[in-house]
Design a protein around this ligand. Structure first.
Ligand code: PEP
Ligand code: MG
Length: 870
């Protein structure tokens, strides 16, 4: 019973049950009831969806006490007790599970109710509501059958509203409802209230695993084993006449955060009428005119509850014949904008301190405020949906080719690049496009990582669109979108819309800035950004990054104007030839670094030497083959044919079965040290030039994909040699360090040895996840990972949220072993997980010095870092 619960938390009672007990304790008018615990739900599932034996007796005992307290009896024709039976999980899952109201009604109790209340219309209305709800939730009869019967009743009598339906009308409808039940199921409607009760308890437990609830849990990362509690509570009636009503109130506005009561209500109605939208509810402010005393009591209760829970509350209430009852209170869901305003204002109002306020905002929500958003009132249906890979919204003309995207954007057109997937070759198209859509690939596919890095909207793995590159169109369902057609995408939800949809500008309010300032005061871990060009570097600083944690230098090789030189470097037959090409690339890289150093003004910058397999910079093999075949016929003696043949031979030579496990990372530097030498020289020459302007430069040279300490030993020597040469040549002394990425299990397991050669470790958890699971990060999501997550084989996508049990063990071992050798070793993370809140908490617990993520995730990482420290 709510009033007898001494100390039991949400884990056992569920959120609703715990709050009902709490409200009862502080003296609020809560209808009496009892809670069946989440433990019971777990036992129910453990024993193959059977109620544990002892539960039946316990429920009957609690029911007896409820009958004594209320002075009513379940099933009594003269003084019937009616109850609501509601779900209530630990984490609020609004509307996802089932509820039955008015339980206890049958052909006898309805007569008693009619007499007791002197209101037969009310009694029969309640009865038909019960039949409808019970039959739907428990007996699985579709609502449609009942709605159709009601529609006929309204039409036959010319009624415009359900309040016009009389008691006599309801009696006829009830008989028809029962016939519907018999026709749709193989049983009659159960008249025994106890049978009704136990059937409903089971149905509510079952609803823990209905499709909606499972999906909601997956989206919100709520574990599936927790189970729901069930709350059995005596009914109060908002449909007893004009002095009764029901409504919902938020203690503050959930969309703007304004500190003003917000909500709506209906006179003479029950809860589901507000939700069903049959009648338009009144704004809460007009309750002051309709029922001034009740309104004042509601305002006082809202204030009391908000102060008690120190958070904005979402409250359900019912007024029965002028008496206010509180049926539920829970923490109100809110937009990011509202969350920030409420947190900041509650500190100002001294309801909470800054540390508590920091915990009130979900870091994941902050993305909403950093990107253009689709106007929520647009009301247009989506035509397809994929993985929400990078938030933000964009409209543009559809193009299917990166070169064309670049060309059209150069002419001032807004385009959306739609591809089966993207490769580094498409980078210029991604840069030029407003947004990217791929039909294959997951959240860490190339398109996703690159788009997120640029703060560009992106949808990946949208397999419901069928792309035809030949005819340049895609189809989804019955809709065909042709090259040049306008579409809008929402990278935050994964939805694609036909045509242009109005947008809202991002809002970086003063409150937002203030909250992040508080976050920095609390955080004991730095936040850096992954950035490889001056624009991203500037964005990173604007969003409050402490430095660059990962500068992927290969992106500098992808620039269309440089690609021919990069290709001639790769195609060189001799080291001399290769060096010639590298000499041409050196000033280009140097210029890039100079620009970034200037923007970063003394903040540290981790520069990673070349990482991807070289063939990624070369043209597509199939295309070359077509060209060679064509030229062999049309122009057999041409130089072009010879060049293409050379290229094809080299592409074939570089081809690998498993490129991600092949000749990449520091293996490139080991076999072709001249490539890394050029890069290192470019870094230090750039540093010297910028330092001469009086700007501090702190480069951190990072060696990728190390598996054995000896690799790092060689590469460290290479870096030291070059830096010494440049120091002598330029007459400057550099303040720099040399470190490595930890991206392979072997590196993590031998981190004590690796640390002998490293000043810092940066955990590349994208590759570490790939190499630990043995899942290809480019293929897994589209092919099977989706299925794994949907079917609870894996609790979450390990490329999004760090797999703490497996990959996390290696990270932990890496940090510990590394520091064992070198206590001063700096450690950080630069995989995609560096911007994800649970992974950030994990890194903090391991004592890491910083996390690094794309610039647009920096604000949310700052907040998550603070939350980890609080
Ligand atoms: C990583 O592997 O985590 C990483 C940051 O490197 P990349 O994604 O460039 O392979
Ligand atoms: Mg990597």
């Amino acid at each position: 019973m709510f009033d007898q619960i001494k100390k039991a938390g949400k884990e056992l009672l569920g959120g609703k049950g715990a709050n009902l007990a709490e409200m009862t304790k502080i003296g609020l008018p809560v209808p009496y009831g009892f809670t069946i615990t989440t433990d019971t739900c777990r036992s129910y599932y453990d024993s193959g969806q059977q109620l544990p034996e002892e539960v039946e007796g316990q429920v009957l005992d609690a029911l007896k006490k409820l009958e004594e307290t209320t002075g009513k009896e379940l099933g009594s024709p003269s003084n019937p007790l009616l109850v609501s039976v509601r779900s209530g999980a630990v984490h609020s899952m609004p509307g996802m599970m089932d509820t039955v109201l008015n339980l206890g009604m049958n052909d006898d109790t309805v007569k008693g109710m009619a007499e007791l209340t002197g209101n037969p219309r009310f009694a029969y209305d309640s009865y038909r509501r019960f039949i409808q709800m019970f039959s739907n939730v428990v007996l699985k009869v579709d609502h449609y059958h009942f709605e159709q019967r009601l529609e006929n009743a309204r039409a036959e009598n010319g009624y415009t509203s359900d309040t016009q339906i009389t008691a006599e009308d309801w009696k006829g409808i009830i008989e028809d409802f029962k016939s519907i039940v018999s026709a749709q199921t193989d049983r009659t409607f159960p008249e025994d209230p106890k049978e009704q009760l136990f059937l409903t308890i089971r149905a509510v437990f079952d609803s823990w695993n209905n499709q909606r609830a499972v999906l909601y849990r997956r989206l919100n990362q709520i574990p599936g084993h927790l189970g729901t509690a069930v709350n059995v509570q005596s009914m109060v009636f908002g449909n007893m006449g004009e002095d009764s009503g029901t409504g919902v109130a938020f203690t503050r506005n959930p969309s703007t955060g304004e500190a003003k009561l917000y909500g709506e209500y209906l006179i003479n109605a029950q809860g589901e009428d507000v939700v069903a939208g049959i009648r338009t509810p009144q704004p809460i402010a007009s309750l002051e005119d309709d029922m001034p005393e009740v309104y004042q009591q509601l305002v006082d209760t809202c204030n009391l509850l908000e102060n008690h829970y120190k958070d904005m509350q979402d409250i359900e209430f019912t007024v029965e014949r002028g008496h206010l009852y509180i049926l539920q209170t829970r923490t109100g869901k809110r937009t990011a904008q509202a969350a920030i305003r409420i947190a900041v204002e509650m500190v100002r109002e001294q309801i909470m301190d800054k540390r508590e306020a920091l915990l009130r905002v979900d870091p994941d929500q902050l993305h909403q405020l950093l990107h253009h958003r689709i106007d929520p009132g647009h009301g247009r249906p989506q035509i397809a949906s994929g993985l929400p890979a990078s938030p933000g919204a964009a409209s543009g003309q559809v193009v299917f080719d990166a070169d064309e995207a670049e060309e059209l954007a150069g002419n001032g057109k807004k385009v959306i690049l739609v591809r089966p997937d993207t490769t580094p070759d498409d980078i210029h198209g991604i840069v030029a496009a407003q947004a990217v859509v791929t039909s294959r690939g997951g959240m860490t596919s190339h398109a996703a990582v690159v788009a997120r890095g640029m703060g560009k909207a992106c949808i990946c793995g949208c397999d419901s669109i069928k792309i035809d590159l030949e005819t340049e169109q895609f189809t989804t369902g019955s809709v065909t979108i042709k090259h040049g057609d306008l579409i809008t995408i929402d990278g935050g939800t994964g939805d694609i819309f036909d045509g242009a949809i109005p947008m809202i500008e991002p809002e970086l309010s003063d409150e937002f800035q203030l909250l992040l300032h508080w976050a920095d005061e609390e955080a004991h871990m730095g936040v850096r950004a992954n950035a490889d060009n001056p624009v991203d570097a500037a964005k990173a600083l604007e969003f409050g990054a402490d430095g660059i944690g990962l500068c992927r230098t290969e992106h500098m090789f992808m620039d269309a104007s440089r690609l021919p030189t990069v290709q001639s470097m790769i195609l060189s037959e001799t080291t001399i030839e290769r060096k010639e090409a590298l000499d041409k690339l050196l000033p280009m890289q140097q210029e890039d670094y100079e620009k970034i150093f200037e923007v970063m003004q003394g903040h540290p910058i981790t520069i990673r030497l070349l990482d991807p397999p070289l063939h990624e910079f070369l043209p597509d093999k199939e295309e070359l083959l077509v060209d060679v075949t064509r030229l062999s016929y049309t122009d057999p003696d041409s130089q072009e044919l010879q060049t293409k043949k050379d290229m094809l031979r080299k592409v074939r030579l570089l081809e690998e079965s498993n490129p991600m496990l092949g000749h990449r990372g520091c293996r490139l530097g080991m076999i072709h040290p001249e490539i890394y030498e050029m890069q290192v020289r470019a870094v230090f020459q750039a540093a010297a030039n910028v330092m001469k302007k009086g700007i501090t430069v702190i480069p951190e040279i990072m060696i990728p994909l190390v598996t054995h300490v000896n690799e790092l030993k060689h590469m460290r020597r290479l870096v030291l040699n070059i830096s010494r040469q440049v120091e002598e040549q330029e007459g400057e002394a550099f303040q720099y360090s040399i470190g490595t990425m930890i991206e392979t299990p072997r590196a993590a397991l031998t981190a004590d040895q690796v640390a002998q050669e490293a000043d810092f470790f940066s955990f590349g958890t994208n590759d570490l996840t790939q190499t630990t699971f043995g899942f290809s990060r480019d293929d897994a999501e589209g092919k099977f990972l989706h299925h794994y997550v949907e079917n609870d084989v894996l609790p979450q996508n390990p490329f999004v949220s760090l797999d703490q049990d497996g990959v996390g063990k290696l990270v932990e071992s890496g940090v510990k072993l590394g520091r064992q050798t070198k206590p001063s070793l700096k450690t950080g993370i630069c995989g995609e997980h560096g911007g994800e809140k649970t992974s950030i908490q994990f890194c903090f617990n391991l004592g890491m010095d910083y996390v690094s993520c794309s610039p647009f995730r920096v604000p949310s990482a700052r907040l998550a870092a603070a939350q980890a420290s609080v």
